[in-house]
Design a protein around this ligand. Structure first.
Ligand code: ATP
Ligand code: MG
Length: 353
């Protein structure tokens, strides 16, 4: 049985056309499905069209063409009243929190329920939400008295006030330091697991995607240029942009700079090659380095090694110099490929091959 589709974009296009200005193709023929329970990461640089795309979900942005279906309904077909009800099923959190400074934390969180629920019901819900985000003792504080991380917790609680089935997070951690970012991401993951909340997470930080997303789409120039499960995308990225985003999660640029300065790398001989290996999962347990030597008489010198965890699956990155007879190296690299290891030659700018 297929999972339930929460959001479905069908060939969605958004073109902004202002007088005397060139038209901007902000969203370029995007078709994309988000299933219940997904934490779907949408990653891309500034201007890629991420915010415009997700604003289409609740019809804050109308598509120029194409359609979006949310929880079974084509959004364009809804009456004003139906649209209002549907929007309650879609929570949103933002980079700058958008809290009301003159109201207490409790009032901010309960605000979306005013006029819909009784005072007592609102109080009970707010208490529950404060507890859920770990701010029970700050109910009567004002936003200015909270840290950035705490403000975002309030933003999350407010977004959950109407029991949404979908939460859209638009750069919600971009203004936070790494440690606070991690704690907010952990909270989102917890809400996903505890409440079955489906989450669309927009970010330019692949690190955030890596931490909690189950699926990821990469956007560039309005289009989705690559998509897949988190593990697939990390194990077999196809587009250069996707590879670049993945590399940011292990500070590869800085690593290569350091490696490039090593004499061993600057003076590679004909029997040496600089290689990058990436692998996912079980491969990690295989004694590949030992096998290179035993079976292929190729010596591997490890310059850099990094193993991260992706949804509890090890994801390894190695940069090595292999030394040996050229034919043996070729055979050894083929063995690695056949074992599921990604093998790429590394070029050092200004250095040897
Ligand atoms: N209301 C608008 N009118 C005209 N152009 C717009 C409008 N909103 C967005 N754009 C343009 O559409 C493109 C996509 O913008 P969008 O805000 O969706 O990108 P983004 O990926 O969210 O970027 P960021 O990471 O900076 O938030 C940009 O070129 C932007 O200038
Ligand atoms: Mg944006």
């Amino acid at each position: 049985m297929s999972a339930e589709t929460v959001v479905s974009f069908k060939d969605v296009d958004v073109v902004f056309k202002e007088k005397k200005k060139e038209a901007v193709h902000a969203v370029d023929h995007v078709s994309l499905d988000v299933q219940r329970g997904d934490i779907y990461g949408i990653v891309g640089y500034s201007g890629a069209g991420k915010s415009t795309l997700v604003r289409i979900i609740n019809l804050l942005q109308r598509p120029t063409s194409g359609s979006v279906t949310v929880l079974g309904d084509d959004m364009a077909s809804l009456s004003a009243g139906q649209l209002r009800d549907k929007r309650r099923k879609i929570g949103m959190i933002f980079q700058h929190f958008n809290l009301m400074g003159s109201r207490t934390i409790a009032d901010n969180i309960g605000f979306p329920l005013r006029g819909i629920k009784s005072k007592a019901e609102i109080k009970a819900k707010v208490d529950e939400l404060l507890d859920l985000v770990g701010l029970s003792d700050r109910a009567d504080a004002y936003p200015a008295e909270l840290s950035g991380g705490q403000k975002q917790r309030v933003g999350i609680a407010r977004a959950l006030a109407s029991d949404p089935e979908l939460l859209i997070s638009d750069e919600a951690t971009s203004a936070l330091d790494p440690k606070t970012t991690a704690s907010i991401l952990n909270l989102l993951k917890e809400l996903n697991e505890k409440l079955g909340l489906t989450i669309v997470l927009i970010t330019h930080q692949m690190e955030a995607v890596k931490q909690i997303c189950s699926r990821v789409a990469v956007m560039d120039g309005g289009a989705v240029i690559e998509r897949g499960s988190l593990l697939d995308i990390f194990a077999h990225p196809q587009q250069q942009l996707t590879k670049d985003f993945i590399d940011t999660t292990m500070q590869l640029d800085a690593t290569l700079d350091t490696i490039a300065k090593q004499p061993a790398v600057q003076h590679l001989s004909d029997t040496e090659r600089l290689i990058r290996l990436t692998y996912l999962g079980d491969t990690t347990d295989q004694p590949i380095i030992a096998t290179l030597l035993r079976e292929y008489h190729v010596v591997a010198n490890i310059l850099f090694a990094d193993i991260q965890s992706l949804q509890d699956t090890p994801f390894g990155n190695l940069i090595i110099i292999v030394t040996g007879d050229s034919d043996n190296i070729d055979a050894a690299l083929k063995y690695l490929s056949d074992s599921g290891v990604n093998v790429q030659p590394v070029t050092i700018p200004g250095g040897a091959k």
